[in-house]
Write a protein that binds this ligand. Structure first.
Ligand code: GLN
Length: 480
């Protein structure tokens, strides 16, 4: 056992030794060097571990020169120096985007997603699109036409998903920041497995114009990075109202409340779960013990939490069914060669173009609609969603933050996830998605094999900046 541990550590040491760490983005004099480091890491790791599905070398050369000139003239913008990757769901003008699906083969958008435009306008360097689960449906980046992604710390383990390519790219120092989507945990869960920070904002505060939809009442644009300051800098640039996205909230994120002390509650029934890996249990409890006297800590029970994944899957599959109805082969993307009528074209295009997981969810949605008693599933899910939101309103009238695990375990071996744990993994992240509250996964500790896991902190609705401030405080006090 001991020998095995030493061998694992030696192997990991060698893999990790080859990684060059990116310097901080705001040290702008290092920009050129950073681009070389990032592309060097892409060259060493990408073929094997599969973070980026496309890297845009020609654009990088042009934009790098332009950004460098602005730095030399001291006219650089707020995000100058930042190297950014995009999950394969973000439209980037004149570059293909496919949602990791055959159905979007050949699709090249003629516009930028608003967030992509804002990042570019502020001097960020976009280097490519990243692997993910098809349309963001999955938890291990295995449902992808580009093949699966692998965890840099252990090739046999998952990066998580659906934003696995995005978390891996940050883990492997291929970029400072990845822009991804979090519908039910797709930013927070891979962040936990890869040992990086993953942030899901309050619902509706970041524009989704130009971001390929999964489930519209859940989808958010999330941010992955290594440093909380980088994430909050990007958030301040992209959390703007946008007339192209009418689904945005009218509320803006209030400024930070600086408090003398914070009130935190931990969800007792999540940290005492029988299926929680022992090290995760210990890691979270030692994190809580370190919070100290300036933070008031209580334990509360969140009843009915076990229904989260049922609520999430019934509502998201129905929304996905409607969002994905546009992929007919008629207007863009893949079209089957095998048809004699419009109906046949539609059926064959969708049968050949969508992967197994997407088809499974579309069938489930149709089943939920077809059933004679729609109320049995949908109305119940909607009323449970309301119950969870009411419960959050009540909790946040007494507390500033909720703490819970992000995942039950560290990264599992690809293709071997225990079903009880996988259900609880969905529950732990979908709670904040169902309610629309901001949540973050920050690296907490590691298991005996050196695999990392995060702790999840949920903030009050539109309290995204207060959440960042709290996390900064935790880093400043060496609590994490
Ligand atoms: N695992 C969840 C799902 O498959 C997460 C999806 C997401 O956040 N995009 O639906």
């Amino acid at each position: 056992m001991f020998l095995k541990k030493i061998i694992i550590l030696l192997f990991k040491g060698r893999e990790m030794d080859k990684i060059n760490d990116l310097l901080r983005y705001n040290d702008i004099s290092s920009f050129d060097k950073n681009v070389d480091i990032a592309l060097g890491n892409v060259a060493i790791y990408n073929d094997r571990f599969n973070a980026f599905c496309r890297v845009y070398y020609d654009d990088i050369n042009v934009n790098r020169k332009r950004i460098n000139d602005s730095i030399l003239k001291n006219k650089h913008k707020k995000l100058a120096g930042m190297i950014v990757g995009l999950k394969d769901l973000f439209c980037y003008m004149d570059h293909p985007v496919q949602a990791a699906s055959k159905i979007l083969e050949g699709f090249v958008p003629s516009y930028d997603a608003t967030v992509v435009r804002l990042i570019s306008e502020e001097g960020g360097l976009i280097i490519g699109h990243q692997n993910c689960d098809e349309f963001g449906m999955g938890s291990s980046t295995t449902n992808s036409i580009y093949g699966e992604s692998h965890n840099l710390l252990d090739y046999s383990r998952t990066t998580g998903g659906s934003s696995g390519g995005s978390s891996l790219a940050v883990q492997a120092n291929m970029c400072h920041i990845s822009l991804a989507t979090d519908t039910g945990g797709s930013v927070r869960q891979p962040a936990s497995y890869c040992g990086v920070i993953g942030f899901k904002p309050s619902y509706g505060v970041i524009s989704r114009f130009g971001v390929i939809e999964h489930a519209s009442s859940f989808d958010t644009v999330g941010i992955l990075g290594r440093h909380i300051d980088d994430i909050s800098d990007v958030f301040s640039v992209i959390s703007r109202s946008d007339s192209s996205d009418l689904s945005m909230s009218k509320h803006s994120c209030s400024d930070v409340e600086n408090k003398v002390y914070y009130r935190v509650c931990v969800l007792k029934n999540t940290i005492e779960l029988g299926c929680l890996q022992e090290e995760v249990k210990e890691g979270i409890s030692s994190f809580l013990n370190k919070l100290g006297s300036s933070i008031i800590l209580d334990e509360i029970v969140f009843d009915r939490i076990e229904y989260c994944s049922a609520v999430y899957f019934s509502l998201t599959t129905i929304e996905a069914n409607s969002n994905l109805a546009r992929y007919t082969g008629m207007n863009y993307g893949y079209r089957s060669m095998d048809y004699k009528s419009y109906d046949e074209m539609l059926i064959n295009t969708r049968s050949e173009g969508f992967g197994f997981e997407v088809k499974k969810r579309l069938l489930l949605a149709n089943y939920l609609f077809e059933t004679n008693d729609v109320n049995k599933y949908i109305d119940k899910s909607i009323s449970l969603r309301k119950y969870f939101i009411d419960r959050f309103v009540d909790i946040f009238s007494k507390y500033d933050f909720i703490v819970l695990p992000v995942t039950t375990t560290t990264a599992f071996k690809i293709g071997s996830h225990d079903s009880e744990r996988s259900d609880w993994d969905d529950i732990l992240t979908t709670l904040a998605s169902i309610t629309g509250y901001p949540a973050i996964s920050i690296p907490c500790s590691c298991d005996k094999d050196g695999m990392p896991f995060g702790v999840q902190i949920i903030g009050n609705i539109y309290g995204d900046k207060t959440l960042f401030n709290f996390v900064k405080l935790l880093y400043n006090k060496n609590i994490i």
